[in-house]
Design a binder for this molecule. Structure first.
Ligand code: G3I
Length: 315
């Protein structure tokens, strides 16, 4: 059949995958390049990866992914700049004054966005800022800098690469709930203040059969604020072992997500968080669960793959 990336392009959206440095060659590299036109580095652009020692940058793994993307005419989605997790030890174990921490954050955002200037189309500038109840996550950024760290990070990223599309990204904001309401109010207030915010990323780490029925309506209410939206980390996990019934339900869930994005004109694309069960993050985080992606552990397409293809107009 027609590759997903070509079907997506014909619909005016991109179809992306997370990819790790060790997946660039062999079967995984071939499938990624053939089927997807956007790549999100799974870990290689995170702070602990790019600056493991203070002041010493390690761009190599991320650069390799960017080079792979360029060689295969794929966009890069940068992930991510300011997050509570996967921070280098020097940062989490140091104790910095608020002023120093602010300067460290601005330098990090500036240096990383500058390094990839013109190469990264979409940046997840701020990742996972909220708790489930809609309060700000109590991480070092919020605790020391207050919620203004978000506007400051966006402003620094925009200054470093005015052409990049800047996103805030989070999970469990796909339906209308306390967390997505908080994100909605944040984006509304950032827009009102003229802060450079281009989009909201909906991670979409779903459980089988539990795609929120109001996902499309929720995407649309964000779009109505004047920002783009994207599905940034899609997967649908199930209790293992998988069976035909579960895989059909999973296909239905992927169909729903694709149609929800395609039904919102400001939804720019969908990224799966790894395209194969062989390397998905799910089993190590949720023991006993997995089979969350469109390809099985042997790199064979599953019903979920066909669902994506069909939703994109393929036959
Ligand atoms: O690199 C080491 C390797 O040297 C070591 O042998 C191995 C042993 O466990 O660990 C390797 O590091 C792991 C790394 O992934 C690379 O595979 C870490 O332990 C592991 O914690 C890390 O997990 C990543 C996770 O973020 C950490 O939070 C996943 O790959 C990555 O897919 C996942 O992605 C996140 C998004 O960034 C944000 N949204 C949620 C999503 C899923 O958790």
């Amino acid at each position: 059949g027609t590759p997903l990336r070509d079907l997506a392009a014909a619909k005016g959206v991109y179809m992306g995958t997370a990819l790790m440095q060790n997946e660039l060659t062999g079967t995984s590299g071939s499938i990624a390049a053939a089927q997807f036109d956007s790549v999100t580095p799974g870990n290689e652009m995170k702070w602990e990866s790019v600056e493991p020692t203070r002041g010493t940058y390690n761009w190599g793994p991320a650069d390799q992914i960017v080079a792979f993307a360029q060689a295969h005419d794929m966009q890069v989605r940068g992930h991510n700049l300011v997050w509570h997790s996967q921070l280098p030890n020097w940062l989490t174990s140091g104790s910095f004054s608020n002023g120093d921490l602010h300067a460290i954050m601005i330098k990090h955002v500036t240096d990383e966005v500058t390094h990839f200037k013109g190469e990264v189309v979409h940046w997840d500038v701020v990742n996972e800022p909220f708790n489930e109840d809609g309060t700000f996550r109590s991480d070092l950024w919020y605790n020391q800098l207050g919620s203004s760290y978000i506007a400051d990070a966006l402003t620094a990223a925009h200054a470093a690469d005015p052409g990049a599309k800047l996103y805030i990204n989070d999970y469990n904001i796909e339906g209308q709930n306390a967390k997505s309401n908080a994100m909605y109010n944040l984006v509304k207030s950032l827009k009102a203040q003229g802060v450079p915010i281009d989009g909201v990323g909906f991670q979409a780490h779903f459980i089988l059969g539990q795609v929120p029925s109001d996902f499309k309506a929720n995407l649309q209410r964000f779009a109505d604020l004047g920002v783009d939206v994207a599905v940034t980390e899609l997967d649908v996990r199930m209790q293992l072992p998988s069976d035909a019934t579960k895989l059909q339900q999973q296909a239905a869930d992927y169909t729903t997500v694709m149609n929800d994005c395609l039904g919102v004109s400001r939804c720019k694309g969908v990224t799966v968080w790894g395209f194969t069960d062989a390397t998905s993050w799910v089993p190590s985080t949720f023991p006993g669960q997995g089979a969350a992606t469109p390809y099985d552990e042997n790199y064979q397409p599953k019903p979920a793959y066909t669902a994506i293809q069909t939703a994109l107009g393929g036959t």
